[in-house]
Design a protein around this ligand. Structure first.
Ligand code: KG4
Ligand code: ZN
Length: 361
C-alpha cells in the first residue's frame, strides 16, 4: 500500500509518500516539509493570507519532490490523502483542491484526513503502538488530551478553555521581546534563569474539571514584566524560567489526572502509553516532567521524532493508510469541503474556542 499525503493546514507546506507492505513495518519513503516561519516572523505570528499564498506557490514543487524522493510514480500510489481540516481555510483549500485535481487526473481515490487524526495515529507509524493509548497534543493551535481507541475512534478528555500552550509560549516571548516562534526562544532564555524568582499561577491545578487554561498565566507574566521594566537580560531569563516551571507544573497536574482516568477506563490494558505530539513537546523541561509522571504511573512515554511530532505530511499519508486498511477511507472525497473547525471527537461538548485559539487556530 502506498499513499501520497498532502498537508497545508497551517504554515508548513508538506508532501510525503508512506508505504506499508505485507506484515512489515511501515516505511516513510519521502517526507518533504517547507516551513513558512520566515515569511511570518516579521508579524510575530501566522498571517492566514500570506500562508495561503505561500502554499499556492510551493505545493506543486513540494509534491514533485516528495514523489521524486520516494522513487514512486503517481500511478504506483494507491490513494491521495490530504488534510481537509481543521486549520486555516485558505491553506486547506489549496491542499484539498490540489489533491482532488491529482486524484481525478490519476484516477486514484482521495481520502480527506482530519489533521488531528494525523497527529493521533503517528505513534503507530513510528512505534507500532497498539490501541488504546493516551495522546497529549500540545502545539501552537491545540492543547488536548485524547483517548485514542481505534482508527476513527477518539475521545477528547480535555482541551484548553482559552490559549493553546504553544500560543502561551509565543505570546510570552513577544511580551519579552524575544523573536518568533517563541517556544524555542523562551526555552533558551530560561536555561540561564532563576525559576524561583517569580511565583506565577498554576492555572487549573487541582481542579476537578479536566481542562487546561493558560491565559491567566500569560497575564501574570505581563504584570510581572511591566512591574520591573525596563528588563535586563537576566530579568527576561528569570521570567522565562519561572513561566516554564509554572507551565510544567500545571501541565503535569492535568496529565496526571488523565493517566489516572486512563487506568480506570482501560483496566485491562497492559503496558499503557502516553504519546506526545506537537511543537511544544520539544521542550526539555516539559518532556522531563512528563517522563517522570509516566514512570511514576507505570506508563510508557512515547515521543515520536520531532520531525514527525510537528506538522508534516507523513502523518497524513499514514492516516490514509490506516483508513484504507480499516476499510474506512469513506466515499471518494471529491465533494468534501474543507473544514476550518473539525473536532476529532464529535461527542465531547465544544468548549469556548474548542481548544483552538490564536494566530495558528
Ligand atoms: O506543532 P507545531 O510545529 O505547529 C502547530 O502549532 O501546528 O507547534 C508550534 C508551536 C509554537 O507555538 C512554538 O512556539 C512551540 O510549538 N514550540 C515550543 C518549543 N518548540 C516549539 N514551545 C516550547 N518549547 C519549545 N522548545
Ligand atoms: Zn498540527
Amino acid at each position: 500500500m502506498r499513499v501520497l499525503g498532502i498537508e497545508t493546514s497551517c504554515d508548513e507546506t508538506a508532501a510525503s509518500v508512506v508505504a506499508l507492505d505485507g506484515g512489515s513495518a511501515p516505511e516513510i519513503l519521502s517526507n518533504v516539509v517547507l516551513s513558512q516561519i520566515e515569511e511570518h516572523a516579521a508579524f510575530g505570528g501566522v498571517v492566514p493570507e500570506i500562508a495561503a499564498r505561500a502554499h499556492v506557490e510551493a505545493l506543486d514543487g513540494i509534491i514533485e519532490a516528495a514523489l521524486a524522493d520516494s522513487d514512486v510514480s503517481l500511478d504506483q500510489v494507491d490513494a491521495i490523502a490530504a488534510t481537509a481540516g481543521p486549520g486555516l481555510v485558505g491553506g486547506l483549500i489549496v491542499g484539498l483542491m490540489t489533491a482532488k485535481a491529482i486524484a481525478a487526473a490519476a484516477n486514484k481515490p482521495l481520502i480527506a484526513i482530519n489533521h488531528l487524526e494525523g497527529h493521533a495515529l503517528t505513534a503507530r507509524l513510528t512505534d507500532g503502538l497498539d490501541f488504546p493509548y493516551l495522546l497529549l497534543l500540545v502545539s501552537g493551535g491545540h492543547t488536548q488530551t485524547v483517548a485514542v481507541r481505534g482508527v476513527g475512534d477518539y475521545q477528547r478528555w480535555a482541551t484548553t478553555i482559552d490559549d493553546a500552550l504553544g500560543e502561551a509560549f509565543d505570546k510570552t516571548a513577544k511580551m519579552l521581546g524575544l523573536p518568533y516562534p517563541g517556544g524555542p526562544n523562551v526555552e533558551k532564555a530560561a536555561a540561564s534563569g532563576d525559576a524561583s524568582r517569580f511565583a506565577f499561577p498554576r492555572p487549573m491545578k487541582g481542579s476537578a474539571q479536566p481542562d487546561f487554561s493558560f491565559s491567566g498565566l500569560k497575564t501574570a507574566v505581563r504584570q510581572a514584566a511591566s512591574a520591573i521594566a525596563p528588563l535586563s537580560d537576566q530579568d527576561v531569563a528569570d521570567i522565562c524560567a519561572s513561566f516554564q516551571a509554572a507551565v510544567a507544573d500545571a501541565l503535569g497536574d492535568r496529565v496526571a489526572r488523565a493517566l489516572a482516568r486512563f487506568r480506570k477506563e482501560f483496566p485491562g490494558k497492559a503496558n499503557p502509553a502516553l504519546v506526545v505530539a506537537g511543537g511544544v513537546a520539544a521542550n526539555r523541561t516539559i518532556k522531563a516532567t512528563l517522563e517522570a509522571l509516566c514512570s511514576e504511573a507505570g506508563f510508557a512515554f512515547v515521543a515520536p521524532p520531532q520531525k514527525l511530532c510537528t506538522d508534516n505530511a507523513a502523518m497524513i499519508a499514514w492516516a490514509g493508510i490506516e483508513r484504507l486498511r480499516a476499510g474506512m477511507a469513506g466515499e471518494n472525497a471529491a465533494d468534501f469541503a474543507p473544514r476550518s473547525r473539525w473536532p476529532l471527537d464529535s461527542v465531547s461538548a465544544p468548549l469556548v474556542g474548542s481548544g483552538r485559539r490564536g494566530a495558528k487556530a
